[in-house]
Design a protein around this ligand. Structure first.
Ligand SMILES: C[S@@+](CC[C@H](N)C(=O)[O-])C[C@H]1O[C@@H](n2cnc3c(N)ncnc32)[C@H](O)[C@@H]1O
Length: 271
């Protein structure tokens, strides 16, 4: 199978359980910050047309459509789209959302169609992120915004270092840093996680015709400081949640702290 087919197969097999991971401490905080840096950037016109590229089960499509926007949810996985369809119907948002199965590296829309593109938590699946980014640039209207996120390379490497490292563990972390090794979504190592540094991400956006407005970091307290068993818990105290969120919000815009973040989210517009 091609890499694209492996990715599709993976999300087809995960669709029923996909949303569960977002009930954890890590993703509850992650989602608050993600939305905080999407919502104010959404165009305010009533006929706004948005592309949710790799939108999966519609987590962000639903939030954007609830604000009154029209959204095209484009995803390669028919099973993820089935989950999205159920959720969109439950929320009575069918009139504002069009679901399409397709490939974000070959978008079946004309040039300058969209007022806004979101590509959240999806670019990490692409060895060559230029392929989808070039397409986002093409289908966006002039000056219109894209919000996109990637996994941060440094934290991906550092997160592989155990507190009490063995020689093997040190090798793995080093080889992740030098990109000789990767993390994988699947046990058979067929779906790879690609990561970029803050500077690389800026460079990729620039060479695809985007002007950076803002870059934020998500997940600075985790995974570098808070252990996996704590941040992947579904039950935690309100105080822990609130204090961690406060810390994250105080850090997320600090440009010299971006390299500490698990994920990087960029707000850019088409030149
Ligand atoms: C980790 S999920 C993210 C879903 C959603 N954006 C979110 O934040 O929850 C990645 C999604 O990208 C989709 N995807 C991967 N490669 C794609 C491609 N080439 N074209 C369209 N969708 C793709 C997958 O099917 C999956 O639903």
């Amino acid at each position: 199978l091609s890499n694209k087919d492996e990715v599709r197969r993976y999300y087809n097999s995960k669709s029923d359980k996909y949303d569960e991971v977002f009930d954890t401490l890590y993703f509850r905080i992650f989602d608050v910050i993600t939305w905080r840096y999407i919502e104010p950037y959404l165009p305010k016109k009533s006929d706004t047309l948005i592309l949710d590229a790799g939108g999966g089960t519609g987590r962000w499509t639903i939030k954007m459509a609830s604000q009154g926007c029209k959204v095209v949810l484009l995803d390669a996985s028919e099973k993820m789209l089935e989950v999205a369809a159920r959720r969109i119907e439950q929320q009575h948002l069918q009139d504002r959302v069009v679901m399409k199965k397709g490939d974000i590296t070959k978008i079946d829309f004309e040039d300058e169609t969209f007022d806004f593109v979101l590509c959240e938590h999806t670019l990490f699946l692409f060895q060559n992120p230029d392929d989808p980014l070039r397409e986002f640039n093409r289908v966006l209207k002039k000056k219109a915004r894209l919000i996109a996120s990637v996994h941060n390379h440094y934290v991906a490497a550092l997160a592989r270092l155990s507190e009490n490292p063995s020689s093997d563990n040190l090798n793995t972390a080093f080889r992740t840093l030098t990109r000789e090794e990767h993390t994988y979504m699947t046990k058979d190592n067929k779906v790879k996680v690609y990561t970029w540094t803050p500077n690389e991400f800026q460079e990729i956006l620039k060479r695809n015709g985007f002007q950076l407005e803002k870059m934020i970091g998500k997940g600075m307290t985790m995974p570098l400081r808070v252990s996996n068993d704590v941040f992947m818990k579904k039950k935690y105290s309100k105080e822990l949640y609130e204090k961690l969120l406060q810390f994250e919000l105080a850090m997320c815009e600090k440009q010299d702290a971006l390299a500490l973040a698990g994920h990087l989210q960029a707000v850019v517009h088409k030149l």
